[in-house]
Design a protein around this ligand. Structure first.
Ligand code: AHM
Ligand code: MG
Length: 336
């Protein structure tokens, strides 16, 4: 087998990036490597899920009142495990946990970062072999290094993230992460078990042809959102249309496609869920960071997602996110 030495692995890439900053300690590179390791372990289980009866409900209900699937539990444990045993993370916030977890040991207390994550998003798709994903955001702590981290370290506006990313377990498994310097995508090469740089410097096209929304909820959306959706369906060729509707029900997969191809994703408030469904801290905020670095936009309908300071780990938000020009058009409807 010939090995293409022009392709960088995730570790090589993060080390190369670190060398551009003479004062960097390497903690962020280590953190990303830890996340990559957990993702590889989760990927192995996702791939063999149909074979080993790991599918199905774990028999418990998570803190959101939803059924917990076995893979959710597995993924949560993997991410907590690597972050707790690593040297870069002082604590975590996870969709699967009631509250923030403060590691409080000597190495963790001396770590610079805290991490928020949804270990396995799109869990309703696990049983049916459809893409699922992990979402994560990294904050630099505001509390004093050398002490246990605190809630304030987590409850920061998304703009303060130093990095955010996702893993998509799909036809290929990819890890995509953003820092302020750019968004880069790595595809898992199963032959060597390494994430390899496949999508350098991702930019979200300013316009796209995809709109992603749960049409089943159409009559529950606010009127201005319904008007915009109707407009998506009426686009003529000269207006950049016709748009195609694509909605997987795994936001990682929907947003990955829209990031690469251009598009808009919406999970508005509904009569049943007036605060929206998606979680601000570990779903909306990391994606808002990624899309903005890539040139796109993200709002809750009124305000830029990255400016919102969460009040709690599981706070929900409406979410509108995607290509810049499509978001600009949507905003003319939302303002009306
Ligand atoms: P989850 O965290 O329970 O998996 O829910 C989040 C998912 C998103 O991935 C997806 O976009 C959305 O829920 C789909 O919800 P709906 O089925 O209401 O359209
Ligand atoms: Mg989720």
């Amino acid at each position: 087998m010939t090995i293409n030495r022009n392709i960088l692995t995730l570790d090589e890439f993060t080390i190369q990036q670190m060398r551009m900053f003479p004062n960097a300690t390497g903690e962020l590179s280590t953190l990303l490597r830890d996340i990559g390791l957990a993702a590889k372990r989760v990927n192995v289980e996702v791939n063999k899920a149909g074979l080993v009866d790991i599918l199905g409900d774990a028999g418990s209900i998570n803190v959101q009142g939803e059924d917990v699937k076995k893979l959710d539990v597995f993924a949560n444990n993997q991410f907590i495990g690597v972050l707790k045993h690593g040297i870069s993370c002082a604590g975590i916030g996870s969709e699967e946990m009631d509250d923030f977890v403060i590691f409080d040991d000597e190495i963790s207390n001396n770590s610079k970062y805290v991490v928020v994550f949804d270990p396995l998003d799109g869990s309703s798709n696990i049983d049916v072999n459809v893409s699922i994903g992990t979402i994560f955001g990294v904050f630099r702590r505001v509390s004093k290094i050398g002490t246990p981290c605190t809630k304030d370290d987590f409850l920061q506006a998304g703009i303060n993230q130093v990095a955010a990313g996702y893993v998509i377990y799909g036809s290929s498994t990819m890890l995509v992460y953003a820092t302020r310097r750019g968004v880069n995508g790595f595809t898992l090469d199963p032959s060597i078990g390494e994430f390899s740089l496949s999508h350098p410097n991702i930019k979200c096209p300013e316009s796209g042809k995809y709109y992603s929304v749960n049409h089943g909820n159409f009559f529950q959306y606010p009127e201005n959102v319904r008007k915009y959706i109707n407009q998506c369906q009426r686009k003529t060729e000269s207006e950049g249309g016709p748009y195609s509707q694509r909605y997987i029900g795994s936001m990682v997969a929907d947003l990955h496609r829209n990031l690469i191809k251009g598009g808009i994703f919406m999970y508005p408030e509904t009569f049943d869920k007036p605060g929206g469904k998606l979680r601000l801290l570990y779903e909306a905020s990391p994606f808002a960071f990624i899309l903005e670095v890539a040139g796109g936009k993200a709002t809750n309908g009124l305000e830029r997602i990255l400016n919102i300071k969460p009040n709690g780990l599981h706070e929900r938000t409406p979410l509108f996110i995607g290509s810049k020009n499509m978001m600009d058009e949507l905003e003319t409807y939302l303002r009306s």
